[in-house]
Design a protein around this ligand. Structure first.
Ligand code: HEM
Ligand code: HEM
Length: 186
């Protein structure tokens, strides 16, 4: 199927408008939630574009390929900012709203950077190992974060939170292995 052609067609445009209209009608009360949904939607389009090779980031800037830099930026952002969020949230509970906004939008930005690295790697034939596990972990963290925030299936709220927080611990372990392997230490 020619996905590239479909994405440039009018049908794709109308499809997007109808989806967004429905999503907005559902979420009119929460402007920030609408932005989160739009951002997620943009990441999906960005990832498809990157996988379809609308652009190619397989060239060097300094010691690394451009998309490896994007992997570094996204991965280290999440690794460093998450414990800081945890500490600040407890220390300054009255700033919770702003801290949570930074947590959600910052991590979505990091996810877009990681998604470009992932989809660029997927365009070459490469053995999927730790990186695939890592991407599944990050995607599930984003999904369970959105489930909590948008109150989707609220009866499972405690489960979303449990999965969201537990996965962030696995993230550090798998990320360390992925980096050590890909810089050639193990
Ligand atoms: C959460 C962040 C990341 C995700 C989801 C991710 C995902 C992936 C995936 C799926 C692969 C294919 C091979 C495999 O499955 O292991 C891969 C390869 C690779 N990754 Fe990552 N990665 C991330 C972060 C990083 C970081 C921080 C670095 C910096 C060292 C890096 C460097 C590489 C390299 C060098 C390859 C080999 C493929 C190539 O040369 O293009 N990745 N990554
Ligand atoms: C992808 C990387 C992410 C990581 C590593 C991560 C990690 C965490 C952690 C550790 C907590 C618990 C904080 C605490 O109790 O001190 C948390 C809470 C939360 N996260 Fe995330 N998160 C990520 C992405 C997201 C995204 C993209 C969203 C929403 C779009 C989100 C929404 C939430 C919400 C609503 C909470 C509950 C509020 C709170 O208790 O602070 N997260 N996250």
């Amino acid at each position: 199927m020619d996905l590239g052609g479909w994405f440039k067609s009018n049908r794709c445009y109308f499809f997007c408008v109808i989806i967004l209209q429905n999503v907005f009608a559902f979420n009119m009360k929460h402007k920030q939630n609408n932005l989160l949904i739009l951002f997620t939607f943009a990441i999906i389009i960005l990832s498809i574009g990157s996988y379809q090779q609308w652009w190619n980031l397989y060239f060097y800037t300094g010691p690394y390929l451009v998309h490896h830099w994007l992997g570094w930026i996204g991965a280290l952002y999440i690794a460093i900012i998450t414990p800081i969020y945890h500490l600040l949230k407890r220390r300054y509970p009255h700033y919770l709203r702003i801290l949570l906004s930074i947590h959600m939008f910052g991590n979505l930005a990091a996810f877009s950077s990681i998604s470009i690295h992932f989809t660029q790697v997927m365009t070459i034939s490469v053995l999927l190992e730790t990186g695939l596990a890592l991407y599944v972990i990050v995607a599930l963290m984003v999904l369970t974060g959105l489930m909590q925030r948008l109150r989707l299936l609220p009866s499972l709220r405690k489960t979303w939170r449990f999965v969201h927080v537990s996965l962030s611990l696995s993230y550090y372990i798998v990320l360390s292995i992925h980096i050590l392997r890909n810089v050639g230490i193990i």
